[in-house]
Design a protein around this ligand. Structure first.
Ligand code: NAP
Length: 431
């Protein structure tokens, strides 16, 4: 019997478990630890609440979770309830699938003013993550500025721009829906430090901006490169840029403007005791497409700044870490003997949910190649003993099913669920 523990129950964690089952069948026991009492990580807390079809992937993880050989061990915090070294002692392989839940710092003066929020916190807030449910971002005033030109920037712009009715069928947290309904910005500015050809926005997500009830995207035609240059782009990027061209050509006025400000980088964020404006510097690109500041600056009024410039994996004491890349130092997922990493914690915050599947299968191939012929580690029995010694009562998958049912039962009309947004409420719903 092989005993594998995976830390993190997001996509990378569940695909790794699926791969282990596929390879070893009844010859493996997989435990999936999570600090939260609920599984699925980024699917629950990161994927936008109005993208329910993407969240449907959890049905695949449920199939893995319902195997007798896979156990969800929720409410267990690495470092507090069990250390990596202890897990290495108990299991044949430890896989860190802890994702990238921290924001990359803005590095801009004024970036710590109230009203400047990282996307991890902002997305966690509207998705009802217990760490961020109490965020209460400023949602009214001079305008909102979003920094970054990736899909998270598009998610944040869309969530800020939608009407209450446009959230029908979503599982946006009730507190966020209420607060968004009481607020609203007339101008949402997306600051992209490079040009339309360098965006990291995919066509489906870009296209959604063109179909909002009260908001319209605004693109300055002067920012668009000559149309013939689009031929050099890959097909997905070409579609996104074609949408930008459509936005630039349309003159439909709506009450809310989502303004694409290309070649623009925040220089500093200013305000007395909270953000009031962003001082933006115009950029240009050099011959290899890198950003060059031009020295030209201007002011964008803002009472909310959401920085969507990527995420980092928090380091763990004693585990090799690449501070520059913001992830565990690893060689194709191998960190050290018996210790592996997968998903965003391995490669950084890139790719789609599906990218994590080959990642999970690859790491299981490495583990299979590295495992000694003889097992003999205690696995789950050892973990249970350790947690009992520390007075930690883990949350099981059966508990999660009860929480799930409670959330589904509490859903407002048309919504799939009403998320419980505190650890206490989640634990209480197990009963
Ligand atoms: P991302 O795709 O890496 O985009 C980050 C953006 O921030 C880039 O435009 C980058 O510009 C910019 N940036 C980085 N550092 C900056 C700085 N210091 N100042 C100004 N701009 C800066 O990251 P993301 O949007 O957080 O998305 C993470 C991953 O999740 C991506 O793979 C994304 O596709 C995926 N995702 C997918 C969906 C979906 O499929 N619906 C939704 C959300 C997220 P440069 O290019 O110049 O570096």
């Amino acid at each position: 019997m092989r005993h594998i523990v995976i830390v993190g129950s997001g996509p990378a964690g569940y695909y790794t478990a699926e791969a282990a089952l596929k390879l070893w069948g009844d010859g493996v026991r997989v435990d999936i630890i999570d600090r939260l009492p609920v599984p699925y990580g980024l699917i629950r807390s990161g994927v936008a609440p109005d993208h329910q079809s993407i969240k449907g992937v959890t049905r695949r993880y449920e199939a893995t979770a319902s195997s007798d050989n896979v156990c969800f061990v929720g409410g267990v915090t690495l470092g507090r309830d069990a250390t990596v070294a202890e897990l290495q002692h108990l299991y044949d392989a430890v896989v860190l699938a802890t994702g990238a839940p921290s924001d990359r710092p803005t590095g801009v003066p004024g970036g710590d003013l109230p009203g400047v929020i990282g996307s991890a916190a902002f997305v966690g807030w509207y998705n009802g993550h217990p760490d961020h449910a109490a965020l209460a971002p400023p949602l009214i005033g001079a305008g909102a500025v979003i920094v970054g030109a990736g899909n998270v920037a598009l998610d944040v712009a869309r969530i800020l721009a939608k009407t209450g009715e446009e959230f029908d069928g979503s599982d946006i947290a009730a507190h966020a829906l209420g607060q968004l309904g009481r607020g609203g910005f007339e101008t949402i500015t997306i600051l992209a430090r490079r040009g339309p050809h360098q965006i990291a926005m995919t066509p489906k997500e870009m296209g959604e901006l063109g179909h909002l009830a009260r908001a319209a995207p605004v693109v300055d035609p002067a920012d668009l490169p000559p149309v013939e240059d689009d031929a050099a782009l890959d097909p997905g990027q070409r579609k996104s840029v074609a949408l930008l061209r459509e936005f630039a050509a349309q003159d439909e006025a709506k009450p809310v403007r989502i303004l694409f400000d290309f070649y623009a980088v925040p220089l500093r964020i200013e305000g007395e005791d909270r953000v009031d404006r962003v001082i933006v510097e115009r950029t240009r690109l050099d011959d290899v497409g890198q950003v060059v500041p031009t020295g030209e600056t201007y002011e964008v009024p803002a009472s909310l700044v959401v920085s969507c410039i990527g995420y980092r994996t928090p380091p763990i004491d004693g585990i090799p870490y690449d501070a520059k890349l913001g992830r565990f130092a690893n060689d194709d997922g191998r960190i050290g003997p018996g210790l592996y990493t997968v998903g965003w914690a391995r490669r950084g915050p890139t790719g789609t949910i599906g990218t994590n599947r080959p990642d999970g299968f690859a790491i299981i191939d490495h583990i299979a190649a590295d495992l000694p012929a003889e097992g003999g580690k205690p696995g789950r029995a050892g973990l249970d003993a350790l947690l009992a010694e520390r007075g930690v009562e883990a949350v099981t998958f059966r508990d999660w099913r009860r929480i799930d049912q409670a959330e589904i039962a509490a859903a407002r009309a048309g919504s799939p669920r009403e998320k419980l947004v505190s650890i206490e409420a989640l634990l209480a719903a197990r009963a």
